[in-house]
Design a protein around this ligand. Structure first.
Ligand SMILES: [Mn+2]
Length: 294
């Protein structure tokens, strides 16, 4: 095929594909440590080592039917043009009734992906797992910086819920206060046993899920440009993803800001497993039935 597939399985024997994996290695506007353009390839590489049988769900999630698409070629494109390419790619997967799963790349990729989703699902609600609010109006004079992505989504009047937050500017905090937003800060999460239920019942409509890897605690996810201490544990993040998958229609998702480094292969593997586990939560009922039917 000429490019790496997600999982080392003979997926071609699943004729019906429901999931499209799209690599979007955009990394134009880094803040500190770079490398997010290497994220998608690293995730696909690490996925070769995953067990295809999910140890929590006890299902072969790949039976849902995955297809890994050729990586998007964003080399030499401006952020605007790259966003166009991503929007088109996500839009065409939605058109053929697939779940687009975007591998970033920097967080900017979420904007065109959400823009594509809102065309098909006008009431889409974005759930963002992140250490940061990403609500700056501009960052280093760039309105398409990864640090502004949620502000741009706000500009489009698309509602969102932010989870895992533990780092923001004064300007962002004042924006949140003025707009009456209620981000789930880490201290709220750690002091509230019902937080997953609260997140899931706080809005209606289909979900676009964006997971910035720095939402996770740097002890399990050191491979990010800005590793903020005291983040979400594996149990916390998977609890939320399970809750959302059970109660909502997830129509698109991305996993962004993974910045692989030498010696950090556990982090890349964790990202690959998180993606597979999330797909497992989404397709569990369907795969369980197809396994029963043999
Ligand atoms: Mn972040």
């Amino acid at each position: 095929m000429g490019f790496l597939q997600f999982l080392d399985e003979d997926e071609t024997r699943i004729p019906k594909k429901r999931v499209s994996i799209i690599s979007a290695p955009l990394a134009d506007s880094l803040s500190w440590i770079g490398g997010a353009e290497k994220g998608p390839h690293a995730i696909l590489e690490a996925s070769q080592a995953l067990e295809s049988f999910d140890d929590e769900l006890l299902i072969d999630t790949y039976l849902a039917g995955f297809e890994t698409l050729p990586p998007l070629n964003l080399v030499g494109l401006s952020s605007e043009d790259a966003c166009q390419v991503i929007c088109q790619a996500v839009g065409s997967e939605l058109q053929r009734e697939r779940l687009p799963v975007l591998l970033g790349g920097e967080h900017t990729v979420t904007l065109p992906a959400v823009a594509a989703c809102v065309g098909k699902f006008p009431d889409v609600h974005v759930v963002q797992i992140d250490a940061h609010l990403d609500l700056r109006d501009q960052y280093e004079d760039n309105p398409l910086s990864h640090a502004c992505v949620m502000r741009r989504i706000h500009d489009l009047a698309i509602p969102f819920t932010q989870v895992g937050i533990r780092s923001f500017s004064r300007e962002e905090w004042e924006f949140v206060q003025n707009k009456g937003m209620r981000p789930y800060l880490m201290r709220d999460i750690n002091n509230n046993t019902d937080w997953v239920e609260e997140v899931c019942s706080s809005f209606q409509g289909p979900v676009y899920l964006t997971i910035d890897m720095d939402g996770l605690d740097p002890t399990i996810m050191p491979a990010t440009g800005t590793p903020e201490p005291e983040g979400l544990s594996w149990l916390q993040v998977t609890s939320l993803l399970h809750g959302l998958a059970k109660s909502k229609n997830i129509v698109g998702m991305d996993f962004v800001e993974l910045a692989p480094f030498i010696g950090g292969h556990h982090a890349v593997y964790t990202a690959a497993k998180l993606i597979y586990r999330t797909l497992g939560y989404i397709y569990q009922p369907l795969v369980a039935i197809s396994q029963q039917l043999g």
